[in-house]
Ligand binder design. Structure first.
Ligand code: ACO
Length: 367
């Protein structure tokens, strides 16, 4: 059975930064309260012309560059987002088109902030089964569009950004070792964007009632997160007969510094084994784990052969953990340039639209 190695990683955040002081001009809050209760100092906010696919494509191309893998080699793209571009088509398909992943199947997974762990597990399982050789997993968010900038309970928390992993098959042991995935729909109303789906289709009333914004029972989510995070890590470690002594790094979902602190206490691990960057990005939902991972690699913290536990929680409710032996890029004979496929992808996309238009004209004549 092949092993599923993480061979590429990339992140992208939009340039504009919104500080706590900026938010204090919008709602009754202040920098001290936000830093004290959440650990967040600032977050990045997408510009008007930036969408989940825009950020996701940047992160994906960077991950492919590290993996030295041409987009045309990808078999599968899974995108996970709590702020997808549309209900359908899947954001994954837009990314597939824009990076030029001509043979990849592409779809989205919705598991709120736990999405990246669930999606990476799905990709790893497809590789382990032997049905595919390579996959791209993208977590991408423009949550700022769903934030009620008049609600101080939520608007302080979220930020925009994207992260991506490339997974590849190899006979060498390592890569994704174990995963646990959990959900509890009885807590569905603790954290939700209620309108825009088929239960509350967009209407004047849904807009008037603010049902298109993130609604959250902060205390309930906090309690839930602190209950499940540590336990999920232990479960994933137990599956491969490991303990917390065997892991070099925990990369948690970056929602709140205090939640991470509580998980560290539960696991009896020092906080400096946790990768934490919530202070500079806020909660970027599905993108937070890959963004934190990429930064830890860039800082020289995570190294090949390190054992790492990813752990996440979020709306659904969902939570999960994954244990990985870190690999790094597979040595390759030739150098590929994934970024160059974008120009070709734009042209290909345009030509396919033209062909579809011409086919449409002829088929109308035939009818
Ligand atoms: N600035 C100043 N005061 C505030 C603010 C603010 N931004 N927000 C709330 N307060 C006030 C409250 O009104 C309350 O005042 P009161 O005592 O007079 O009623 C007081 O501060 C304490 O409020 P709490 O809600 O108890 O504050 P808490 O310490 O619980 O922190 C927070 C709130 C930060 C939201 C916390 O509960 C939390 O982080 N929860 C988890 C949220 C989370 O992680 N969500 C994302 C999940 S992942 C996903 O799927 C998207």
């Amino acid at each position: 059975m092949p092993f599923a190695h993480i061979t590429g990683w990339g992140m992208y955040v939009p340039e504009p930064i919104l500080t706590n002081d900026d938010i204090s001009k919008l709602v009754d809050t202040n920098d001290e309260w936000i830093r004290d209760r959440t650990g967040i100092r600032e977050r990045h906010i997408a510009r008007e012309h930036e969408f989940p696919s825009t950020l996701g494509v940047e992160a994906a191309v960077r991950a492919l560059q590290i993996a030295n893998l041409a987009p045309t080699e990808l078999d599968l793209i899974i995108c996970t987002s709590s702020s997808p571009e549309y209900i359908f088509p899947a954001t994954a398909c837009i990314i597939q088109d824009q990076i030029g992943a001509t043979k990849a199947g592409a779809f989205d997974i919705q598991a709120a902030c736990t999405g990246f762990i669930f999606a990476t597990n799905m990709a790893a399982q497809a590789i382990r089964s032997g049905s595919i050789k390579s996959a791209l997993v993208v977590g991408t968010e423009v949550l700022s569009r769903f934030v009620n900038w008049k609600d101080r309970n939520t608007c302080i928390l979220f930020g925009d950004g994207a992260g991506a992993f490339v997974l590849q098959a190899s006979d060498i042991p390592g890569g994704v070792m174990s995963t646990v995935m959990h959900s509890d729909g009885s807590g569905a109303d603790s954290l939700a964007i209620l309108a825009g789906g088929s239960r509350y289709p967009a209407s004047e009333l849904t807009i008037h009632e603010g049902k298109h914004f993130i609604e959250m029972d902060g205390k309930e989510v906090f309690r839930f997160a602190t209950r499940v995070m540590g336990r999920a890590v232990l479960e994933a470690l137990e599956k491969v007969n490991m303990t917390t002594n065997d892991v070099q790094w925990i990369v948690p979902h970056q929602a709140n510094y205090r939640i991470i602190e509580t998980a560290a206490k539960y696991l009896k691990m020092p906080l400096d084994k946790f990768v934490i960057n919530v202070d500079r990005y806020g909660n970027t939902s599905t993108a937070s784990i890959p963004i934190a991972t990429v930064e830890a690699i860039q800082k020289g913290q995570i190294k090949p052969s390190d054992k790492i536990a990813f752990v996440g929680f979020g709306g659904g409710l969902t939570w999960g953990a994954m244990v990985v032996e870190w690999t790094g890029p597979i040595p390759a004979k030739k150098h590929v340039h994934p970024e160059q496929y974008r120009r070709f992808a734009r042209l290909r996309s345009f030509l396919r639209r033209v062909i579809r238009f011409i086919e449409g004209v002829f088929s109308r004549r035939e009818l």
